[in-house]
Design a protein around this ligand. Structure first.
Ligand code: HEC
Length: 143
């Protein structure tokens, strides 16, 4: 009897240990916030380049490529049910899904344009991208 109980406990425990390794089961709100923080991290040095405070470099291109990768993931960051809890996501993301999809697409296109921009086109492309962040936040993010 004891051995049986122990066996059951060990089996259950093995499952416990496996759970944290499954990144796909990460809380979607935390995953989303982390990726938005990544956007902010890429944005900082690109704005500095656009303002002439930093030289355009290979890393500038890497930041733009990183931003595009995140922009391509944005549509998938809002699974149904992830509007409940510690989140700044407004309910209209889901009730106005069409409008939200348009905001994501404007962002994605601005990020693609930025990733393809040369040094001359870079500053205006950063400003254009920044507008898409701001406009989505105004409509779909709680203060
Ligand atoms: C299509 C809409 C949309 C676009 C475009 C967008 N955001 Fe957001 N952003 C949101 C929403 C919604 C939240 C709230 C997420 C949450 O709290 O679950 C958010 C949250 C954030 C946060 C806070 C994350 C945290 O830790 O709570 C930062 C920083 C951020 N966005 C930066 C940016 C930057 C920089 C850009 C542009 C390069 C951008 N966002 C573009 C919708 C957008």
């Amino acid at each position: 009897m004891f051995a049986k109980t122990l066996h059951a406990a060990l089996t259950a425990c093995a499952l416990c240990v496996a759970v944290p390794a499954m990144a796909a089961d990460e809380n979607p709100i935390d995953a989303r916030k982390g990726l938005f923080q990544g956007m902010k991290t890429h944005m900082g040095p690109m704005v500095a380049v656009a303002k002439g405070e930093m030289a355009f470099s290979e890393d500038t291109r890497n930041h733009a490529a990183g931003m595009l990768a995140l922009a391509n993931m944005t549509a998938g960051l809002f699974p149904a049910g992830s509007g409940e809890g510690k989140t700044g996501a407004k309910a209209n993301i889901w009730s106005d899904a069409e409008g939200f999809a348009k905001a994501v697409e404007a962002f994605r296109q601005a990020a693609a344009k930025l990733a393809a921009a040369d040094e001359i086109a870079f500053a205006p492309a950063v400003m254009e991208l920044g507008k898409t962040c701001k406009s989505c936040h105004e409509d779909y993010r709680r203060k």
